[in-house]
Design a protein around this ligand. Structure first.
Ligand code: IPT
Length: 995
């Protein structure tokens, strides 16, 4: 029994028994019975448990109930084990193809009544759309077969096993199997029957499969049909009523290509679909046809003859409560959200999604790179020794996987590239998969990033290159070879279309530099854009011991090995909240470019093929963020790839406020993904008159003092601020620390030649080493002058000789209080700094400071390498909304280029701070938070942040960039903050007024 069992779970064979060949996932009118719903369920800790449960008369009275579809580890409050998160590492010994005896095994049972009238069916088929990872199925005690390939569809012929009336179906699912070695994607391991189970009545004379390949050239459509059916199914008729198509094929031999006139093309921007049916007397299949031609011409990837640029995301199937169980409403909303954020492409990392997702992609409009369910990344650890990708024993499994991938989804116009998988090394089995695809689907290119030398793939793909690395691929510099390539291979690869299957790792606060990659796309036609890693966080909803809900990541379920919060690397938080990075992405890839030139502007349409007739252009003029005028621009319709010139409205320029013209391109009508008025693109034009910055008043009458005095609205004791505008305040204190972002915490090193980081050591470790999180200070001098106070502090950390001298000058200037802070590092600092700021503590007192109103960049947080979504305006937010709830708390909330800031308490204005630019015109940013950077850095989850009785205001002369170092390049040198002297000048007025 034992050896038989272990032979079974460690068998790389993709399936056995009455497993049917792969075919399309079709919308048929043939009878079907969903077997979703409650099943009887038993979980065993090993596979060696008697398979007695398959018998008809077995009593499952002692069993529990589990929903299908579901993952058992997400059901039953831990009664059925817990999820495990690993990125690359295998959560079991690397002993291929074997798996441990500790192999959670779920036995499922349910009864169903065979519907009346099914006796006429020629065959009865039992379909599983997704089971993780290996399963066997029995009907009425008869074994129908078994299969692996978790995110693939499997159908079994159960005709001989079913009987009229009552039937029992039993399924055994093993969490671990040989297949687990080829399903090592960076995600939760979530066993179970997690997609639909359906019983299908296959009629005699039915249509087994159909493939309507389409093409499009200049108004002319082409359909190249393939019908898989017995001779008895004919005649078969193709109908597309909207196009007047009614094509009858009397025999299979007559099924030949046809031309269709008067066709509109399908594109991701204008996803034109035509309802079609393919019918025999016994069955009718409904399809939605999109006409488009995919081709590669030289190094260009074209659809309908035009270059495609992927502004894409990597999409995993992840839901905080359901895991990978599909929820169509949620998926549709998720895809609509992508469209609203200018995402035009999806890579289905790293497996085929639920089949309905492709229907939604066809309908809403996305370019899809459809990826096979394949990853063997854990073999990296052992130098790829034993990698299934190059082991003949695995050839059938690899071929089976790609066949199931391509066959299931081949009809979708949205699918424009097939991808063999992800991070599976390289080897002959991958080459065999590619050869099979080329033979089966000559049109769509094959992608696989791991084919560095281009032996068997059609496009060149990289993940996480630096900008210079990506640029090197775009140019034909024969002296620089590409990753793992000889000069000849480099030349071959440079002759192909180039894309970034993963870039801009969106873990936590970040990434920076979207704009630098996007600039390459516009400079080099060979680069066809890329796919951000990744669309959403995979947090699982859990409850802390005090009852607080939170989004769990690796380690939160007591896993033996795990990869922590590396699974929280999306532009969307687990609860669907877009992070600022998603807004940044939207702004960087917006499909219109505006170039202002006096009274005119040029508007360039960067779309693939759609013109601008769906847009209206609204403008407004603001004085210091207050709208003074608005209207609509008269913009001619601009064709894709073209520019149009428009005359701008007359702008009333204010003499004493900043004047900005903002143009929003908005949807003229409702679409399936956004309402009329939705902003697609935005541009701002600064019309402000230059106004002199008041010079700092030189003072000569400094004399030693005790630092206890009142200056306007400020009270001081011992040189320190104690009260401001009648409230207790502490500070200003030098703050050089920020709660490290995930990028700051990464020891990776991907910027050649930069000395801003140390290979193998994270920036955060260097900051902690230098004590930036635990600065102490010593007051060197306190001096008074008329209406002024000056202190000098030396700030440094324990066991460090490095220091920063901070000179603070408070003075009364008219009816304002001015604070000038001169910050000057000693020599010898070698690391970048996270920030150069001053920190004020605002204890709650009777009325807490609980909000801010500011004129500067907003409304979202911004950092030096992520500034495109930020626009100049007047914004207000309660303190809680100024921070982003990153799954692991970290630096958040910095608003750049502040002009003025009002701190509020309820409806009261507490204090107003005007930020003067420094002599180089640089303006500070601010952060208002209920926690200090040190408190935030301590917490692993938001619920661990302490209750707060203080608001913390930090005014930063500068912040370090974000970068993408958690998986990719560090902060680009231009945005790295090196220790340097900085000046902050703030003008402060106070007194309670009501907003
Ligand atoms: C890359 C993987 O392809 C992806 O699945 C994900 O793990 C990502 O990294 C990081 O989040 S592979 C990496 C070695 C570049």
């Amino acid at each position: 029994m034992l050896s038989e069992l272990s032979a079974y779970v460690s068998d790389p064979a993709p399936g056995h028994g009455a497993l049917l060949p792969a075919r399309s996932w079709l919308h048929s009118d043939a009878a079907a019975l969903s077997l979703n719903g409650p099943w009887r369920f038993r979980l065993s800790p090993t596979a060696s448990v008697a398979a007695d449960f398959v018998a008809d008369d077995f009593s499952d009275d002692g069993w529990g109930t589990l929903a299908v579809p579901a993952h058992w580890v997400l059901e039953g409050d831990g009664a059925y084990g817990r999820p495990i998160y690993t990125n690359i590492q295998y959560p079991f010994p690397i002993d291929p193809p074997h798996v441990p005896d500790e192999n959670p095994t779920g036995d499922y049972r349910r009864r169903f009544d065979l519907p009346e009238g099914w006796s006429g069916a020629e065959r009865i088929v039992l379909r599983f759309d997704g089971v993780e990872s290996l399963f066997t199925v029995w009907v009425n005690g008869v074994e129908a077969g078994g299969a692996s390939g978790s995110r693939l569809a499997h159908e079994f012929d159960v005709t001989d096993a079913v009987r009229p009336g009552d039937n029992v179906v039993a399924v055994r699912v093993h969490q671990w199997s040989a297949a687990s070695y080829v399903e090592d994607q960076d995600q939760w391991w979530l066993p179970g029957i997690f997609r639909d189970v359906t019983l299908l009545a296959r009629p005699a004379g039915g249509i087994e499969d159909v493939w309507l390949r389409t093409g499009y050239t200049a108004g002319q459509g082409r359909i190249d049909p393939e019908v898989t059916a017995d001779a008895s199914a004919f005649p078969v008729t193709l109908r597309i009523p909207e196009l007047g198509v009614e094509q009858v094929w009397a025999t299979a031999a007559e099924v030949v290509p046809l031309e269709v006139a008067g066709v509109e093309p399908w594109s991701a921007e204008e996803p034109r679909l035509y309802e079609a049916t393919v019918s025999s007397a016994a069955e009718s299949i409904a399809l939605r046809v999109g006409f488009r031609t995919v081709e590669i011409r030289g190094d260009q990837f074209l659809v309908n003859g035009r270059r495609v640029v992927f502004h894409g995301v990597n999409r995993h199937e992840a839901h905080p409560e359901r895991g990978r169980v599909f929820d169509e409403r949620h998926a549709r909303e998720d895809l609509a959200r992508m469209k609203r954020f200018n995402v035009n492409a999806i890579r289905t990392s790293h497996y085929p999604p639920h089949p309905r997702l492709l229907d939604l992609a066809d309908e809403l409009g996305f370019w899809v790179v459809l990826e096979c369910d394949l990853e063997t990344h854990g073999f990296d650890k052992v130098g790829w020794v034993g990698n299934p990708s190059d082991d003949p024993a695995w050839r059938p499994a690899y071929l089976d996987r790609i066949q199931r991938t391509v066959e299931r989804d081949k009809n979708h116009p949205s699918v424009v590239i097939w991808s063999l998988g992800n991070e599976a090394g390289t080897g002959s089995n991958l080459a065999a998969m590619s050869a099979w695809v080329h033979a089966r689907d000559a049109e769509r290119p094959v992608h696989y990033e791991g084919d560095h030398t281009g032996e068997y793939t059609d496009v060149y793909s990289l993940m996480y290159p630096t900008v210079p690395e990506a640029e090197r691929v775009c140019t034909d510099d024969a002296s620089s070879t590409l990753l793992d390539c000889t000069p000849a291979q480099s030349a071959r690869q440079r002759g192909k279309p180039f894309l970034l299957c993963e870039y801009a790792h969106a873990m936590g606060n970040g990434p920076g530099a979207f704009d630098q990659y996007e600039a390459l796309v516009h400079e080099y036609p060979r680069l066809h854009g890329g796919f951000v890693w990744e669309w959403r966080d995979h947090g699982l909803l859990a409850t802390a011991s005090d009852g607080t809900p939170y989004y769990a990541y690796g380690g939160d379920f007591g896993e033996v090995v795990h990869d922590g919060n590396f699974v929280m690397d999306g532009m969307l938080l687990s609860d669907d909240v877009p992070t600022p990075s998603l807004h940044e992405f939207k702004a960087v890839v917006q499909p219109l470019r505006f170039a202002f030139d006096g009274e005119k502007a040029a508007i360039t349409n960067l779309r693939h093929s759609a013109d601008t007739s769906d847009l209206r252009f609204l403008w407004r003029v603001e004085h210091d963020g207050v709208s003074v005028d608005s209207g609509e621009l008269d913009v001619p319709v601009v064709a894709a790839g073209e520019s149009g010139r428009v005359t701008l409205p007359r702008v009333a320029v204010s003499p004493d406020a900043e004047t900005w013209l903002t143009i929003d391109a908005v949807l003229a009508t409702d679409t399936t993904w956004a309402a009329e008025g939705h902003v697609v693109a935005t541009a701002q034009y600064d019309h402000s008159v230059r106004r002199p910055v008041p010079r700092a008043r030189p003072r000569a009458d400094w004399r030693p003092g005790d630092g206890t005095l009142t200056l306007g609205i400020a009270d001081f004791a011992g040189g320190s601020l104690t009260r401001l505008a009648g409230r207790a305040v502490t500070g200003p204190r030098l703050e050089l620390f920020r709660a490290p972002t995930d990028n700051d915490e990464s020891p990776g090193d991907r910027l050649e030649g930069s000395d801003d980081s140390v290979a193998g050591v994270s920036s955060a470790d260097l900051w902690r080493r230098d004590g930036l999180d635990r600065l102490t200070s010593r007051r060197v001098t306190v001096e008074h002058a008329t209406d002024a106070l000056r202190t000098v502090d030396k700030v440094s950390a324990a066991d460090s000789a490095l220091s920063v001298t901070v000179e603070t000058i408070w003075s009364v200037e008219g009816d304002e209080l001015e604070l000038r802070v001169e910050i000057e590092p000693s020599s010898g600092w070698r690391t970048v700094w996270p920030r150069i700021g001053v920190h004020f503590g605002l204890p709650d007192g009777t009325a807490p400071v609980d909000g801010a109103e500011w004129f500067g960049l907003g409304p979202f947080e911004s950092y030096p390498d992520s500034l495109h979504a930020a626009r100049t305006g007047l914004f207000a937010a309660p303190v809680g909304e100024l921070s982003v709830d990153y799954a692991r708390p970290q630096e958040t909330g910095h608003r750049s280029q502040l002009r003025h800031l009002t701190l509020t308490s309820g409806a009261d204005r507490v204090v107003r701070i005007t930020a003067l630019p420094d002599t180089q015109g640089r303006r500070p940013g601010f952060t208002l938070s209920r926690h200090t950077p040190q408190q935030i850095a301590e917490a692993r989850h938001p619920f661990e942040l302490p209750d707060s009785t203080t608001s913390h205001l930090i005014i930063d002369a500068a912040q370090h960039g974000l970068g993408s170092r958690a998986c990719g390049p560090d902060v680009w040198p231009e945005f790295a903050l090196r220790p340097e002297a900085r000046t902050l000048r703030l003008r402060i007025t106070g007194g309670p007024t009501t907003t």
